[in-house]
Design a protein around this ligand. Structure first.
Ligand SMILES: [Zn+2]
Length: 226
């Protein structure tokens, strides 16, 4: 298998992450599961805005190359591998540093209240994983428990991780996360951000069932007038 279509999708999502300023320089990484112990992932040391299909690597769950390449896989692949190890329903993972969401991660303020209906449906409450030194085993350990309960995690003093049933799903969660973080930021700057009431959240939960949404979300708190 050469997985050309999936490689092109990774290249396109990398370009969008970079164009939307969710990553700077060589930041960020993307992966997709293609077999029981086979994954496509992005290389280290390359801007995600300037990738081509030849740069996308086939690796096993330990990050070993399964096809020869002059590129090396991202050092953060172990974080992606942890998501796949913990969640059978996930086949794609995106990691980036979108500025508004990352600012919340830096401030230690989780996006754990429901402000917008779409965010409540697709993200739910977004927790913050404790700080872990990039590229070390601390990183997979820091998300290991949280990923059982949510598809979207802020990484303290670092960035964000989103997981999905396919590449587009994981990428769109990153977009929704950053969009939500920016709107909440702006509302708080205005002086007030109302959250959805418990009754409204119950009605939203009914919609999740009606539309058969399978994304894992943690329920948000329903505090009024922050
Ligand atoms: Zn990072």
């Amino acid at each position: 298998m050469n997985y050309e279509k999936l490689k092109s999708e990774i290249v396109e999502i990398g370009r969008r992450l970079w164009l939307r300023k969710y990553v700077a320089a060589n930041d960020g990484n993307i992966s997709v599961k293609v077999g029981e112990n086979e994954f496509l992932t992005t290389p280290t040391g390359v801007s995600k805005g300037f990738m081509n299909s030849e740069m996308i690597l086939l690796v096993d769950a330990d990050g070993n190359l399964l096809q020869e390449s002059k590129y090396k896989p991202t050092s953060e692949f172990k974080m992606h591998a942890e998501v796949y190890r913990k969640r059978d329903d996930i086949t794609a993972v995106v990691h980036a540093h979108p500025p508004f969401a990352t600012a919340f991660a830096l401030a230690g303020i989780p996006l754990d209240e429901c402000y917008l209906p779409e965010s409540a449906l697709f993200l739910g409450a977004v927790p913050i994983a404790p700080f872990a030194l990039p590229s070390t085993d601390e990183v997979p350990a820091s998300i290991s428990d949280l990923i059982l309960r949510t598809d979207v995690i802020l990484l303290a003093n670092h960035g964000a991780l989103t997981a999905g049933k396919n590449l587009t799903d994981a990428y769109f969660k990153m977009e929704t996360l950053e969009h939500t973080a920016e709107i909440v930021w702006r509302a708080k700057t205005l002086g007030n951000a109302n959250v959805l009431s418990e009754k409204e959240r119950e009605r939203l939960n009914a919609l999740r069932e009606k539309y058969g949404l399978t994304n894992k979300v943690m329920d948000c708190k329903g505090k009024k007038n922050l």
